[in-house]
Ligand binder design. Structure first.
Ligand code: PGA
Length: 261
């Protein structure tokens, strides 16, 4: 996968929303709404149950599909889990790994994130690794330390050529689903740090090509100012991705910001 910085990368994480018919209706609308928006790279991330139908509905569309999670083993007695080859099989290109809701409610750690990232890469999926600090960590001045340990441990043991194939999403936990957004300055500060950390550990080439998304209450009203920041290459959108109109509107603003950067 060759990443481009020419287009903003706009991914919609639907979380545990939408039945199969609702999901298919949504992608049809999104496909229509995204026509003429070829200057953005769209990805939808439906729940597992809708992945197959969504991926079929998007055949021939530039909109791509990702999953919200996966397990690191290929197959076996792991009741309730889904593997990377299974996701590949139904047309997934991306997989979100280590979302803060998974870390918070389902016991994911940097170690499980690392295992999943390695398995995803081995099977040709592009991991979108989520990192971010809690409100308490931010208030105590520990944002950078937290994000740094998540990057270092999440990417442990990976060669530069593998790190190059990973997308990182910075999502401050206090901004997810709360309506609170990091200001463009706050977000840029962390994004700049992430890029410099990648440069230090994996080389300038990896850092300059890296796609770093911002997530946390991204909406049409703030996507322009966030995407205008130098180190913000796209958005991981939750709530506002559930409607095709707002998702496309976010992309329009992001494209404008990109053109003016
Ligand atoms: P939100 O979610 O846009 O609803 O804040 C973002 C996310 O969880 O990825």
């Amino acid at each position: 996968m060759n990443f481009t910085h020419e287009k903003p990368f706009i991914a919609g994480n639907w979380k545990m929303f939408k039945t199969v018919p609702e999901a298919v209706e949504m992608v049809q609308k999104l496909h229509e709404a995204s026509l003429g928006l070829e200057k953005a790279q769209f990805v939808v991330v439906p729940p597992f149950t809708a992945l197959y139908e969504v991926s079929r509905a998007l055949q021939g569309s530039p909109v791509q599909v990702g999953a919200q999670n996966m397990y690191w083993e290929e197959q076996g007695a792991f009741t309730g889990e889904v593997s990377a080859p299974m996701l590949k099989d139904i047309g997934c290109i991306y997989v979100v790994i280590g979302h803060s809701e998974r870390r918070q409610y389902f016991g994911e750690t940097n170690e499980t994130v690392n295992n999943k990232i390695k398995a995803a890469l081995n099977h040709g999926l592009v991991p979108i690794m989520c990192i971010g600090e809690s409100l308490e960590e931010r208030e105590n001045g520990n944002t950078i330390t937290k994000v740094q340990s998540q990057i270092i441990e999440g990417l442990k043991g990976l060669e530069a050529e593998k790190v190059r194939q990973i997308i990182i999403a910075y999502e401050p936990i206090w901004a997810i689903g709360t309506g609170l957004t990091a200001t463009p300055d706050q977000a840029q500060e962390v994004h700049r740090f992430i890029r410099s950390n990648l440069a230090e550990k994996h080389g300038n080439d990896v850092a300059s090509c890296a796609i770093i998304l911002y997530g946390g209450s991204v909406k049409p009203e703030n996507s322009y100012s966030l995407l205008k920041e130098k180190d913000i290459n796209g958005a991981l959108v939750g709530g506002a991705s559930l409607k095709a109109e707002s998702f496309a509107e976010i992309a329009k603003k992001a494209i404008k910001a990109y053109e003016e950067k």
